[in-house]
Design a protein around this ligand. Structure first.
Ligand code: SF4
Length: 342
């Protein structure tokens, strides 16, 4: 069982202590075996322990910066939501293919924002602009928010906030099973709780530091029993020896474990493994021993929307993947919606 995250080192921006959450985290960490430092800004977090980049990267992933969110302009998050709502950035997980490695560059530490009222106020403006249309907010664009929420309860606050809103919906995805504190949140069915799942083999070799498949499925069961709308992102779908059996077993275990009421409103999102040249470089730097297959000659190129070539599976391989999932998901979950395969 992967333990719930506890930072080894916590930085506090002075202003964070003026907020109840900042003060509560400071008091909590003071009583735990966590080194606390002050910093005027997260940009000052330079002297992380470690003799080289490899060690510094690992220390950064167990460092939490408690600060304020200053940019209250939200990024768009198409197609699954209108906006990304920023409660945290960074993640303690060590998934070899994590997109944060390229987006967070030299600052892979975790940041949590204590000025949640400001963030909700900004969300309110976005909802007003679009009303009477509903506005969907995605909370996991820049972090695995569930992974730190047992410490902050920011996500719980957001779930309850959107539970009360008339025109807002919340969604997020996680690879962590530490969901117990979220089960009694007053969500009013306005939050879609998604789990990222994968075949056992893929999680074991490429997702260190995250919850195992069986733990994620058990957590999904609890979430379903708490009446949240539920969804699964199967990503990245990765071809490995025995992949058909691996994914088939994963789907069967899920179907056996989930209560039938959850199966009436389930969503699936399917994303094949892909990489770019910059991502390959950073993966090989951060995880030099990785067994992740990153051979361009075995892939097909696809022009990405960020103006860079992506390497995806060949048409034939994609067809084989689709055949498995498009046959098995409707068979095991007849009422589920497959939102996309990409
Ligand atoms: Fe990245 Fe998600 Fe893995 Fe965290 S859990 S390292 S955000 S892929």
């Amino acid at each position: 069982m992967v333990k719930a995250f506890v930072p080894q080192l916590a930085y506090f921006e002075p202003k964070a202590l003026e907020y109840p959450l900042g003060k509560a985290l400071y008091d909590k960490f003071s009583k735990m075996d966590i080194e606390i430092r002050e910093t005027t800004s997260h940009n000052q977090v330079r002297n992380l322990p470690g003799d080289n980049d490899f060690q510094k990267y690992r220390h950064a992933k167990s460092t939490l910066v408690v600060g304020l969110r200053k940019t209250l302009k939200f990024d768009t998050s198409k197609p699954s939501a209108e906006y990304a709502i920023p409660f945290a950035t960074g993640c303690m997980g060590h998934c070899h293919y994590c997109y944060l490695q390229t987006t967070m560059g030299s600052k892979p530490y975790i940041r949590t924002y204590v000025n949640t009222e400001d963030i909700f106020e900004a969300a309110e403006h976005y909802m007003e602009e679009r009303h009477p249309e509903v506005t969907r907010f995605e909370a996991s664009c820049t972090s695995d928010i569930v992974g730190i929420d047992h410490l902050t309860h920011t996500l719980k606050e957001a779930i309850e906030y959107f539970g009360q809103s008339q025109y807002g919906l919340l969604r997020f995805v996680t690879k962590f099973a530490h969901v117990d504190h979220l089960l009694d949140a007053n969500h009013q069915g306005r939050t879609r709780f998604r789990f990222s799942i994968n075949a056992d083999f893929v999680i074991k070799y490429f997702e260190p530091g995250t919850s195992r498949l069986v733990e994620r499925i058990e957590a999904a069961k609890k979430v379903a029993e708490a009446d949240y709308p539920l969804g699964f992102i199967i990503a990245p779908i990765y071809l490995h020896e025995g992949w058909r059996e691996g994914y088939q077993t994963m789907l069967e275990n899920l179907a056996e474990t989930l209560p039938s009421k959850a199966k009436a409103d389930l969503t699936f999102e399917l994303i094949q493994h892909r990489f770019t040249a910059p991502a390959k470089r950073v993966i090989q730097k951060n995880y030099p021993m990785t067994k992740l297959e990153l051979d361009e000659s075995k892939r097909k190129t696809k022009w990405g929307r960020y103006g860079i070539w992506k390497y995806v599976y060949t048409d034939q391989e994609q067809e084989e993947m689709k055949e498995l999932f498009m046959t098995q998901i409707p068979k095991l979950f007849p009422k589920a919606t497959i939102e996309y395969f990409t």
